[in-house]
Design a protein. Structure first.
Length: 400
């Protein structure tokens, strides 16, 4: 059964409402900061799975609005990012990036080792490491043709997509509980400098927000300009054979608009930290993640199910240990590092949107972290995407 864009977004809205309702009613979901779209999306995917097994109804959703919402979300993140925030978090970003890049190697060699234990082709290891976990489903689609050139294995696409699916779920479920554990164990509080009277993305908004006709028009204009710049950057990078996801270049477009436009036209206020931009961003992320989660098909694991399950369990154990005992500590053992650790689990096991959902869930419950919201998008959308490509190429040359 094929659902068009209109039907898909209607179901996604209902799924997001379901997640909000369940999180409100079920204490354990709130206690461990499980993102609302993850809650609703998982329940929906299980329901659709039952429809498949009981009645052979295979529902396929349109990805049109899903992809647009992802771009809108990251563009809004770019518009809310000030260069001074990046500079302020520069040391944190540098340390975080070094350890994050090193862990890409670890992730891949774990998958290669497990593939060897199961007497599988090394291509299975490559498609079960950082390719799906650090980059998500889109990264799998991008890299499978490259792997096929070297190894020519027929079902690596299915293995990679399944790994990306499980990683997305685990990254969305475990990030919040890990942050909560660290915050409670070390009695951490938001820094005074992180507490801002203005509305920022990922904070609890409340019911009285000053959103008017003019602010909505301004946000739409800034988003459109930023996305336009992002498209031109993306086309230029394609021209020089350097690949970055479109959402990453659009986020860069947002950063450019947010920081250059006020210098060119001082009287034109950018919507950074405005409630309109915050709501637009949170709504885009919620609907995107709801669409991604409800479309998951658990029954498409295939013959390598034991390899996939073993690999995902071991990868999960390693990322939890790495986040708690390495990332949290090297970043300062403070509130910001706890929030970043939650985002890192989402990024390293799923994708950057999962990381941002984790940040939003944690900060809405425990308080804002401006540094986390400045560091994680740049880390996940730029640094890791580029580094992951280099690392995969290096390992491919070593094992070919």
């Amino acid at each position: 059964m094929e659902l068009d864009s209109r039907q898909t977004i209607i179901i996604a809205i209902l799924v997001l409402f379901l997640g909000k309702y369940l999180n409100k009613k079920v204490k354990i979901l709130r206690k461990y900061n499980i993102p609302e779209p993850v809650t609703g999306g998982l329940i929906a995917s299980l329901v659709f799975g039952l429809l498949f097994f009981l009645f052979k109804i295979d529902i396929n959703f349109s990805t049109h609005y899903r992809d647009i919402l992802l771009i809108v979300f990251f563009t809004a993140i770019g518009l809310s990012t000030k260069i001074k925030s990046i500079i302020k978090g520069g040391r944190v970003l540098l340390i975080f990036s070094v350890f994050g890049i090193l862990y890409i190697f670890v992730q891949n060699y774990i998958a290669l080792f497990i593939a060897k234990l199961f007497n599988l082709n090394q291509a299975m290891g490559m498609v079960a490491g950082s390719t799906p976990l650090q980059g998500g489903h889109g990264n799998v689609v991008s890299w499978v043709p490259v792997f096929n050139e070297s190894f020519n294995i027929s079902n690596i696409m299915e293995v990679g997509m399944t790994m990306a699916t499980f990683g997305l779920i685990i990254g969305g479920i475990l990030g919040g509980p890990v942050a909560k554990y660290l915050i409670k164990k070390f009695n951490l509080k938001p820094d005074d400098e992180s507490v801002d009277s203005e509305i920022i993305i990922g904070t609890k908004h409340g019911k009285k927000l000053n959103i008017d006709y003019g602010s909505i028009l301004t946000v739409i204009l800034m988003l459109s300009l930023s996305i336009g710049i992002g498209i031109y950057i993306h086309e230029f990078l394609d021209y020089i054979n350097f690949t970055l996801p479109l959402f990453a270049t659009c986020m860069l477009g947002g950063v450019i608009i947010a920081n250059l436009l006020p210098l060119i036209i001082p009287k034109l206020k950018c919507p950074a930290k405005s409630p309109t931009l915050a709501i637009t961003s949170d709504l885009s992320l919620g609907l995107f993640l709801a669409m991604a989660m409800m479309a998951l098909k658990f029954w498409e694991i295939g013959n390598e199910s034991l390899f996939i399950v073993t690999n995902i369990i071991i990868q999960t154990i390693f990322i939890l240990l790495f986040a708690v005992f390495i990332i949290f500590r090297v970043l300062g053992k403070n509130y910001n590092s706890a929030v970043i650790s939650a985002g890192y689990i989402g990024s390293a096991m799923g994708a950057t949107p999962t990381a941002m959902a984790n940040l939003a869930a944690v900060t809405k419950e425990h308080g804002p972290s401006a540094i986390a919201f400045a560091v994680i998008p740049i880390f996940g959308a730029f640094i890791i995407q580029v580094s992951n490509a280099f690392v995969i190429n290096i390992i491919l040359k070593l094992i070919s």
